[in-house]
Design a protein around this ligand. Structure first.
Ligand SMILES: Nc1ncnc2c1ncn2[C@@H]1O[C@H](COP(=O)(O)OP(=O)(O)OP(=O)(O)O)[C@@H](O)[C@H]1O
Length: 244
């Protein structure tokens, strides 16, 4: 049984189709990048899995439990965590208050403090700034906080929507390095929206390419990066879709 199974899922916004019969499987402990041009349906896919977006067709399962039709809180309780695009941290709350926002759903209250200290170990800047308002953090620090908050529900599967967005390349390196280390430590399964095949190849993992609401590719991120480099060499920057 796969960790995550998406079976023929469609999403529509009124008359606008966003996903058309998408099927994919993610195995336990895998790191899978979802890539594709703007409007391909990447955020809609993550929204459908997390329960934030309704599906018009199909079925989604995690560890054999059917997620489709359940509200986001119930899906979070089953062990799925979502780090949204734009991070959605609470600027007027402190770093530590942000980390504690989602912990109400946890049953293992005694593990909360040790998880907070693990997050401060992984992202030391968050520990140093634990009493600062989150709104005063840099973009990279806010991304680290969003990931930290995503981990506070002790998920089995974490989805991260465009962690690179708006960050300088060296900060993106730092965010990914820690994300990969945390994944290995915790045996997490990761699904990450990442536009850059080159970046995904450097981090390493599998890549699923969406276009027009459909899966048009599934393989090693390094192969996609290679194809994008070739396309760029032949056609120049105008043909690039996933290379950056
Ligand atoms: N709330 C909404 N209402 C109407 N249409 C929407 C809504 N959200 C997304 N869409 C449309 O659904 C399609 C897929 O959008 P989605 O945001 O899932 O793609 P994406 O690959 O994540 O794009 P981006 O990289 O720009 O974030 C697009 O045509 C988009 O315009």
């Amino acid at each position: 049984m796969s960790k995550l199974g998406v079976f023929d899922v469609s999403v529509r916004y009124g008359k606008v189709p966003a996903l058309n019969d998408v099927s994919l499987h993610v195995e336990e402990g895998e790191r899978v990048f979802i890539s594709g041009p703007n409007g391909a349906g990447k955020s809609s896919l993550l929204g459908a899995i997390s329960g934030a977006v309704s599906t018009s067709h199909g079925r989604i399962e995690m560890d054999g439990d059917i997620l489709s039709g359940r509200p986001p809180e119930a899906i979070a309780r089953l062990g799925l965590s979502m780090v949204p695009e734009g991070r959605e941290i609470f600027g007027a709350l402190t770093v530590e208050e942000n980390l504690r926002v989602g912990v109400g759903i946890r049953r293992d209250k005694q593990a909360i403090e040790s998880d907070i200290s693990d997050i401060y170990d992984a992202f030391s800047i968050l520990g140093e700034r634990r009493h600062a308002n989150a709104g005063a953090l840099s973009g990279g620090q806010q991304q680290m906080l969003a990931i930290g908050r995503g981990l506070m529900t002790n998920p089995k599967l974490m989805m991260v929507d465009e962690p690179s967005l708006g960050l300088a390349p060296n900060i993106v390196d730092q965010v990914y390095e820690t994300l990969v280390a945390l994944q290995e430590e915790r045996g997490l399964t990761l699904l990450i929206v990442e536009q850059s095949s080159a970046r995904a190849a450097r981090v390493g993992g599998r890549m699923i390419l969406l276009r027009g609401g459909a899966v048009v590719g599934d393989g090693d991120a390094a192969e996609f990066a290679q194809q994008d480099l070739l396309k760029e060499a032949y056609f120049g920057g105008s043909q690039k879709e996933t290379a950056q």
